[in-house]
Design a protein around this ligand. Structure first.
Ligand code: TRP
Length: 456
């Protein structure tokens, strides 16, 4: 047991081991973003072209911002809002943005988590011959998906109530390694399917003419989403870390493992898409439609399907608990609520927003919300678009600027160095102060369509 500092009250908690923290951070990062979103985004955005841009952005942004958030968190031992406010009075709003983003993300994330639970059940009952039809029927119905959403939200709350080391850490230590092994098995099956080579080619050969601004925008949002960056999630997780932790190593390891899983998920899904004659641009249904087809083609498919969707569910839960922890830490630290009250209040509100997201797939599909990019979105898409493409990159941009020009790079460097030597100090200093803000700013501008007008 580590000595608790005054700020580390039992109500806050702390990681009990380095492995536990790493699995929790990787568990936060690896989730539906990798297994569900990444393959379909790659499928919609030119396959290899998307993968290339994605990996490039992870290398530049992933490491830099991961290290930034972890150092802010550990230095302040606070929730996302309190962390920024402690470093400079009046700057808590950066964390506040993040808390709002996490709140909105979990509201629809939990709906997709519910779909996964449904597919755990469907692995046994079977999805029939028309895989696409089965999926569409399910998500557009009004009652069943909401009940699964409630179940997913409830399980998340149940774990978060148990606290940092007792609940979160215990669960992820088993789940993450198991997921990895299972994914490997499915990749092997998928790439050896007859007709898989078309998919492999699509996935692995970047067609440079397809690298458009749109691909950059999609990849940027996905980098933030998949790495759990831009909303203070890693600030919060970093706040439960000891001073001996080597943050630089963590900031290299977490994005690497996360990208590995995302790329493996692409290998699991895209070859199968081509082998079974589906279209790669299928969108959010991709995983739910193609994987059942893959499993059907395997001996013992039912069992594989069952195990796989259970693991996807665990991956989703280890992410959803991190999303919830951000809001809950805010409730505990700022509002002085107990962990229990915090969890119950936030869960209820997120559940209600999620009902809207779920219904927007069917009954409420005509209800559209206009957004500054000139489009109107259903509730589900609205929550996704506003958070992934606007709030998270904006949060990342602000946190980089905050370190560069408010808290100061030397202070951050000092914090990072308490846990070990910092080999990439010079590089990181330039990245966080100049490169990352400029890169994110330019892509953000183009997201709203402003850049088109500026460049002419
Ligand atoms: N990274 C998770 C995923 O890929 C989702 C997630 C968890 C997240 N915590 C986050 C996204 C914080 C953005 C910010 O599924």
């Amino acid at each position: 047991m580590q000595q608790l500092k005054p700020e580390q009250t039992p109500e806050r908690g702390m990681w009990s081991s380095r492995f536990g923290f790493l699995m929790a951070a990787v568990g936060s990062a690896v989730g539906l973003g990798n297994l569900w979103k990444f393959p379909y985004l790659a499928g919609e955005n030119g396959g290899g072209a998307f993968v290339l841009v994605y990996v490039g952005l992870v290398v530049i942004l992933g490491f830099t911002l991961m290290l930034a958030e972890l150092s802010i968190g550990r230095h302040t031992n606070s929730d996302a809002y309190g962390a920024y406010n402690k470093l400079k009075k009046g700057w808590g709003f950066i964390g506040g943005f993040g808390i709002l983003a996490g709140f909105l993300i979990l509201s629809y994330y939990s709906v997709v988590g519910g779909w996964v639970l449904k597919y755990v059940v469907a692995s046994i009952t079977g999805v029939g011959a028309d895989k696409a039809g089965y999926f569409t029927n399910f998500i557009t119905s009004s009652v069943e998906p909401v009940l699964y959403h409630l179940l997913f939200m409830g399980i998340t709350a149940f774990i978060v109530i148990r606290g940092v080391s007792g609940g979160i850490e215990k669960a992820v230590k088993i789940v993450m390694p198991a997921l990895f092994i299972m994914l490997m098995v499915i990749v092997l099956r998928s790439v050896t399917l007859e007709g898989a080579s078309e998919g492999l080619k699509y996935y692995l050969t970047p067609n440079f003419s397809e690298i458009t601004l749109k691909v950059f925008v999609a990849a940027l949002g996905q980098v933030f989403f998949s790495l759990s960056l831009g909303m203070g999630c890693m600030v919060t997780y970093g706040s439960y870390l000891s001073k001996q932790e080597d943050l630089e190593k963590d900031a290299l390891l977490i994005p690497s493992l996360d990208s590995l899983v995302a790329i493996m998920a692409g290998f699991a899904i895209l070859p199968a898409v081509f082998a079974f004659g589906f279209a790669p641009g299928e969108g959010p249904g991709l995983m739910f439609i193609t994987l059942p087809a893959v499993f059907e083609s395997m001996p013992l498919g039912t069992i594989f399907s069952l195990i796989f969707f259970i693991l996807v569910f665990f991956a989703a839960i280890s992410s959803s608990i991190s999303l919830m922890e951000v809001t809950v830490a805010f409730g505990i630290d700022r509002l002085k609520w107990s962990r229990k009250v915090s969890v119950l209040v936030f869960t209820t509100v997120m559940f209600v927003i999620g009902i809207g997201a779920s219904l927007s797939m069917g009954a409420w599909s005509d209800f559209l919300i206009p957004w500054i990019d000139g489009n109107s979105y259903g509730i589900f898409d609205f929550l996704d678009v506003v958070t992934s493409y606007y709030l998270l990159p904006l949060g990342g941009l602000l946190s980089a600027l905050f370190i560069g020009f408010v808290w100061g790079v030397p202070n951050a460097v000092k914090e990072i160095k308490t846990g070990g030597n910092f080999r990439t100090e010079k590089l990181w200093s330039v990245l966080i102060k100049y490169i990352v803000p400029i890169l994110v700013f330019v892509i953000l501008l183009s997201t709203t369509g402003l850049l088109d007008k500026i460049i002419g």
